[in-house]
Design a protein around this ligand. Structure first.
Ligand SMILES: NC(=O)c1ccc[n+]([C@@H]2O[C@H](COP(=O)([O-])OP(=O)(O)OC[C@H]3O[C@@H](n4cnc5c(N)ncnc54)[C@H](OP(=O)(O)O)[C@@H]3O)[C@@H](O)[C@H]2O)c1
Length: 398
């Protein structure tokens, strides 16, 4: 018997989760829908059965096995705390950013890193722009290490939830009627405008929190261990050979100077110097990944778009990149240069796959640098669908 709950069922992500449950045969025995007090009693019909919104109480999670959290960061923290306090066994899949960078919480895109799930009770769904980007870049990184990502996002209103979508629609009506526009959500005219992402700006780095999420979450999901001084994963054979040559030269010189002592300790000193040199070499960012995001809000309703320039460690070709992406699940190549048609928000909205196109080598012919356009429905694969895919995978692995 599996008891599933959607918390925040009346919001953009919650409604999409309900839609997916209605349209698919994702397994559950009992389903409960929760939202705020003001939505209690609201009715949803799922698989021909009526469900009514309930209010979340401290004990609500006692009889729930899996909960998809689609509420604010603060509420996610509070509900998980209530569940722990009541010793509930509920497994939470959280759409908010509350636990994403917690080292005890796996941050999962099922197609990429489901193996990082080790039966934890809280699983984090990554940021929507991160999911959309990594669905395309992770399979490429697996074959040819990515050294740098330069990214510009063009993000839809829906990223700000239902109220942001409503405001954009209302501004459109106001424009047509020549009335004054309401600017409650983004504090500016959104219609016919584009602006730097509305998330909080870090005054020291000048990056906003959306951009910082993309940088940190990408490294966590791809398991990029930067500057990890003692990581054996970063051990580099060239560093080893080079260090041994330097060691041999130093020993030869020392041998001339110190004679007997150095001869007797030759092997020990050799191993010591080789290790020190490898670690020093390792620290020269051998495994470094530079990520330069700029996040922009544009007046589309749903589906984000991203322009990505990626620098690989080794040379590659457009055909090799396309072949990898053709074989990647959840990714669709949409590339029609003959009619100048590539992924667009209106093409990808309500779709499960992340679309990629306009894949091209850098204009100066550098075979390590490629550019592409990516678009995906961030309420769907960027949130609700990804969460439900995690849920399905956990069930099928039981
Ligand atoms: N939108 C996206 O594209 C997207 C993508 C990835 C992640 N996320 C994350 O997913 C979460 C939900 O986002 P959203 O866009 O769906 O937001 P939203 O449209 O604003 O919906 C918020 C939901 O939270 C509910 N809620 C508010 N107060 C509550 C309370 N006290 N108890 C229970 N439920 C309460 C609301 O219920 P009422 O209707 O009753 O107020 C509503 O169902 C956020 O953490 C967001 O950052 C969103």
């Amino acid at each position: 018997m599996v008891n599933l709950a959607i918390i925040g069922a009346t919001g953009a992500v919650g409604i999409e989760a309900i839609k997916i449950l209605n349209d698919t045969d994702i397994q559950y025995d009992n389903l409960k829908l929760f939202a705020s007090k003001s939505s209690v009693g609201k009715k949803y019909v799922i698989r021909h059965k009526d469900y009514y919104i309930e209010e979340v109480k401290e004990t609500s999670f006692n009889n729930i096995d899996y909960a998809i959290l689609a509420v604010s960061e603060d509420l996610s923290r509070q509900y998980i705390l209530w569940s722990k306090k009541n010793k509930s066994k509920c497994v939470f899949i959280d759409n908010s950013c509350a636990f994403r960078m917690d080292k005890n919480v796996p941050l999962i895109i099922p197609e990429i890193n489901f193996d990082s799930y080790k039966n934890e009770n809280v699983i984090a769904n990554p940021n929507c722009s991160t999911i959309i980007m990594l669905m395309v870049l992770a399979p490429l990184h697996k074959k040819n290490q990515i050294k740098q990502i330069d990214l510009s996002t063009y993000q839809a209103a829906s990223g700000g939830g239902l109220p942001a979508m409503q405001e954009l629609i209302e501004q459109t009506h106001s424009y047509v009627k020549n009335e004054e526009m309401q600017t409650k959500i983004f504090e500016r005219q959104y219609l016919f405008n584009a602006f730097s992402h509305d998330s909080k700006l870090d005054m020291e780095t000048k990056f906003n929190s959306e951009e910082i999420k993309i940088i940190n979450e990408t490294k966590k999901i791809l398991n990029v261990k930067e500057n990890d001084f003692f990581s054996m994963e970063n051990y580099n054979i060239n560093a080893h050979i080079l260090s041994y040559l330097i060691f041999a030269t130093i020993c030869h010189m020392m041998n001339i100077i110190l004679g007997y002592w150095i001869e007797n300790n030759f092997i020990l000193i050799g191993i010591f110097l080789a290790i020190v040199f490898c670690l020093l070499k390792n620290n020269q960012n051998l495994n470094k990944m530079i990520i330069n995001p700029t996040c922009i809000r544009i007046p589309t309703l749903r589906s984000h778009m991203e322009s990505i320039t990626v620098t690989f460690k080794n040379k590659t070709t457009e055909d090799q990149i396309k072949k990898i992406l053709e074989e990647s699940s959840g990714v669709k190549i949409y590339d029609h240069p003959e009619i100048n048609k590539f992924p667009e928000p209106l093409i990808t909205e309500h779709k499960d796959e992340i679309y990629v196109g306009r894949i091209r080598k850098s204009y100066d012919g550098n075979s390590r640098v490629f550019q592409m356009l990516v678009s995906g429905d961030q309420i769907r694969k960027g949130a609700a669908l990804n969460a439900l895919q995690i849920y399905e995978k956990i069930l099928s692995n039981k």
